[in-house]
Design a protein around this ligand. Structure first.
Ligand code: FES
Length: 307
């Protein structure tokens, strides 16, 4: 892995947007007095989501907000490869795992695609500024090697062809579905069970073991979906800016609007059954809970209604 240093060219200043500043204050307040430094990764991550990368002024701002020496925040930002220390591709920054299991399973071929399609060298943006790439150490999805991470999501079980398809989708402005790209679910054997095959899984008593391979799926399946309140068109006073919800970009906002979802109040009112309905149509299971869309929407809805 390359030595991680701050970019030579830096902006003059950094400030959290009002929304992000309010969010940061709430995040800091979660920790007991004297332990505010525990919020450092959360704040750096939000700064990166806002700016696209971690700037020196952002590090200084986070240090000030957390009463930490700047060097301590710098240490965190330069240690974790999740933090980008220079501007990255506007559509996707590809982090290719180059550690042994991924390398044995073809990471070298994935890197060759990056060299050909993005730039011959890592940490450089493509000619149109849309993509960048780097090689990183193990990202914890070795069982689905080879894999890459793009922003918050991982794309696994890649071949050069399926990886190119992922890049094509990002290039079209789409959000490709994360996870295995070879059709299997999670890390379940693609050709069926290879061990414990003597167990009769038709017996309900034996099912917990089988189910444990896919607890999230089982839980999701247990929630029957129900259509949430949908609008035929944007309200007369105008649609809310759903992109204020962290995790919702232009494409997701368009998809939500196409379904009839235009306002924070609509999202804030979702039940687990409504979430299942939307999840199934966005094909990003778990993203709504992971990014706490409801909590965010409730805050934005309260702001909008002047509460
Ligand atoms: S070795 Fe690639 S994810 Fe662990």
């Amino acid at each position: 892995m390359a030595v991680r240093r701050l970019a030579e060219t830096q902006p003059e200043s950094f400030a959290f947007s009002p929304d992000n500043h309010a969010w940061a204050e709430r995040e800091i307040a979660k920790f007991p007095e004297g332990r505010q430094a525990s919020a450092v990764i959360a704040l750096l991550w939000r700064a990166q989501e806002q700016e696209g990368w971690i700037t020196k002024p952002a590090i200084e701002q986070v240090a000030e907000m957390l009463s930490m020496p700047t060097i301590r925040v710098l240490e965190v930002a330069t240690f974790y490869t999740m933090f980008h220390l220079e501007p990255v591709g506007a559509k996707a920054h590809v982090q290719v795992c180059g550690t042994t299991p991924c390398m044995l399973r073809g990471a070298g071929d994935i890197i060759q695609v990056c060299r050909r399609r993005i730039h011959a060298e890592p940490h450089h943006r493509s000619a149109d500024g849309a993509f960048s790439w780097e090689e990183v150490e193990c990202l914890g999805a070795c069982v689905n090697a080879p894999m890459v991470q793009v922003f918050k999501d991982t794309y696994e079980d890649l071949t050069p062809e399926s990886f190119e398809a992922v890049l094509d989708a990002f290039d079209r402005g789409e959000m490709p579905i994360p996870g295995p790209q070879n059709g299997r679910r999670h890390s379940v054997p693609i050709n069926g069970l290879t061990s414990l095959t003597e167990i009769d899984y038709s017996d309900a008593a034996a099912k917990p073991m089988a189910a444990s391979a896919e607890p999230a799926e089982a839980e999701a399946a247990s929630v029957a979906e129900a259509e949430p309140e949908l609008l035929a068109a944007a309200p007369e006073e105008g649609a809310d800016d759903l992109q204020r919800i962290s995790g919702v970009g232009p494409n997701l906002e368009s998809l939500l609007n196409a379904m009839g979802i235009y306002t924070f109040a609509q999202i804030a009112a979702w039940t687990p059954q409504n979430i299942a309905w939307v999840d199934n149509r966005l094909k990003f299971k778990g993203r709504i809970d992971r990014d706490d869309w409801l909590g965010q929407a409730r805050r934005f809805a309260a702001e909008t209604s002047g509460k």
